[in-house]
Design a binder for this molecule. Structure first.
Ligand SMILES: [Mn+2]
Length: 352
């Protein structure tokens, strides 16, 4: 069965000669993509950014640097459902993602071993059971001490599971992880309709369990309307750096973010990206849209300014394909995944 030693490793073609581990040992790229001149980008089974697909059985691939996986769950939403179809739409939209990042000057597949680890198991009728199942799946992906996790939602509730898995894999740091959070909303509501594990609550649950240090967290892109005036005040009372979209646009945001990055430069950071931080003009396909958000280019510039942070895990959530008639939101999410992996590649290449 040696031929199938990586029985979990599948690709739409070239199955027999593909192994990123061997390629790396030979000094080739860390990740081998299908050659777009041989196999068109619109052909084959769609994986995230055309990365090789592994399943969770390939549990000891120590050479995998980042595992990207889907979480097709939207049982935690408070408004429009449909984000359960996000991973499939984003995989489709990501077929045109190419590996060289112009601004960072880095080719992500030269520097990093990247895989699509498939979808986490979900329990569509239960938020808590889903989060437990996702965490149990994620905690064992790749080499827990090395491989970093990028979860693609799904609604924002799934961030808790990926955060918890990341926190465990980073040695359960007692003061929790630092977090860079992009979102229109703070996601720190205690409960909605008696549900404590929905998409309005992941960060409050993470604070309670010590997974995240709220005083080493920045929330960017926050805007109204809000339920109460106290939401932002409560976050700031916890020590969270809250930068509203208005503040960002007025010009103070980038320097406040830079100061935050300097403060946590030595810390391990989790990046949580809710696509609704972007204006619905650019990202209409989302469940709780708020006008007045970032534009696409501004979002890229913001993310690129995070270069140098030690990002140990991430998520991209809240893409709702049914409300995304031209596919722009899925496409943007695919680019955000690329931006996050490019930050990691730029850091690895630059020794940052
Ligand atoms: Mn959110």
């Amino acid at each position: 069965m040696a031929l199938f030693a990586w029985s979990g490793l599948r690709h739409s073609h070239r199955e027999t000669d593909y192994d990123p581990l061997l390629m790396s040992a030979r000094g080739g790229p860390r990740t081998t993509l299908p050659d777009g001149r041989q196999q068109p980008r619109f052909a084959g089974v769609a994986t995230f950014c055309r990365f090789p697909l592994i399943d969770s059985a390939a549990a000891t691939r120590s050479t995998v640097d980042w595992a990207v996986y889907g979480v097709p769950f939207d049982g935690g939403v408070t408004y429009r459902p449909g984000a359960r179809f996000g991973p499939r739409a984003i995989r489709d939209a990501s077929q045109y993602i190419k590996p060289f990042h112009l601004a960072h000057g880095v080719d992500i597949v030269e520097v990093l071993s990247l895989v699509d680890a498939g979808d986490a198991p979900v329990r569509p009728y239960s938020c808590k059971e889903t989060l437990d199942a996702v965490c149990a799946f994620a905690v064992n992906l790749g080499d827990p001490g090395h491989t970093r996790l990028l979860a693609v939602g799904g609604d924002h509730s799934i961030a808790y599971a990926n955060l918890k898995a990341t926190w465990q894999r980073r040695g359960r740091p007692s003061r929790g992880l630092a977090v860079v959070h992009l979102d229109a909303h703070l996601d720190t509501v205690d409960e909605v309709w008696q549900e404590r594990w929905g998409h309005a609550s992941p960060f409050l649950r993470a604070f309670e369990e010590g997974l995240v240090d709220p005083s080493r967290m920045v929330s960017l892109g926050i805007r109204g309307p809000l339920n109460t005036a106290g939401e932002v005040t409560a976050a700031r009372d916890r020590g969270t750096e809250v930068v509203t979209c208005d503040e960002w646009r007025a010009g103070a945001g980038p320097e406040r973010l830079a100061a935050f990055c300097r403060r946590i430069a030595a810390d391990e950071v989790y990046l949580s990206f809710d696509i609704d931080c972007v204006d619905p003009a650019f990202a209409p396909g989302t469940g709780t849209p708020c006008c007045g958000g970032f534009d696409s280019a501004g979002t890229f510039a913001l993310l690129r300014s995070l270069k140098g942070l030690q990002i140990v895990g991430a998520d991209v959530v809240e893409v709702l394909p049914d409300r995304d008639p031209a596919g722009t939101t899925g496409l943007l999410a695919a680019h955000i995944i690329f931006e996050i992996l490019s930050l990691a590649a730029a850091g690895a290449k630059g020794g940052a």
